[in-house]
Ligand binder design. Structure first.
Ligand code: CA
Length: 237
């Protein structure tokens, strides 16, 4: 058996921390606990967890601030994060996803649901490296050759600018994951100046025009209101 995957639980309420710890240990995960952001940061370096369960409401450094920090640091930028929120409110969910959390769970949650989410996020994270080094992508009518920058939809070649191509590449590398405009800007435009979140919208529109059957009713590249975009890989299939 492969060595147990390690999960860092960052939660100030001891009861919830214990509940999470107990249920994950039952499922053979290795659990490390932190009661605030500062403690979490020092544990992260030493423990190198595979996933973080992060409470939104923490004393001191908030869950959101910590999430943002983790996404900005190169060693943790891809570390899977499951956010715990006290309220099931839309605003909390959107803010969490915007800050780069992979998923969120509203309290009170069932331990089984929590374990299921953890497994799903880890599965998704594991399948990523292969996608990143893949030389081509093929799902349903969509074919992309990353080495020659060619894209085909229903066997027909599609002309894309380099930015549109990079945008499409990032979307297919993160199937069904909500990507916010800042992430897309970072990834596709890097440190370029004079680009704004609007730039992303404009390029998404052009990309849809190029690959969607009806770009006014996009089925593949979906808008997640208030957050950003995601590729619905099921629809592509
Ligand atoms: Ca809390």
């Amino acid at each position: 058996m492969a060595s147990a995957q390690k999960i860092l639980v960052i939660e100030d309420e001891p009861d919830i921390r214990k509940l999470v710890q107990y249920n994950l240990t039952q499922e053979h995960f290795n659990v490390v606990e932190a009661e605030d952001g500062e403690q979490a940061l020092s544990l992260l370096q030493r423990e190198k967890p595979n996933l973080v369960i992060l409470d939104l409401m923490l004393p001191g450094l908030s869950g959101l601030e910590l999430c943002k920090m983790l996404r900005q640091r190169s060693d943790t930028s891809r570390l899977p994060i499951l956010m715990l929120t006290a309220k099931a409110g839309e605003a909390d969910r959107i803010v969490g996803l915007e800050m780069g959390a992979d998923d969120y769970l509203a309290k009170p949650f069932s331990p089984r649901e929590m374990v299921a989410r953890v497994r799903a996020i880890l599965r998704r994270a594991e399948s990523k490296p292969a996608l990143e080094t893949a030389v081509s992508y093929e799902k349903g009518p969509l074919k992309i050759d990353f080495s020659t920058y060619e894209v085909f939809v229903r066997e027909k070649p599609v002309k894309l600018t380099l930015k549109e191509f990079e945008l499409l590449r990032f979307l297919v590398q993160n199937p069904s994951r909500v990507l916010n405009r800042d992430q897309l800007l970072d990834r596709v435009w890097g440190g370029e100046t004079f680009v704004t979140p609007r730039t992303v919208d404009v390029h998404i529109r052009r990309l849809r025009k190029a690959i969607e059957k009806d770009d006014r009713k996009p089925k593949w590249i979906l808008t997640v209101r208030g957050v950003g975009y995601k590729l619905d890989e099921k629809a592509v299939e």
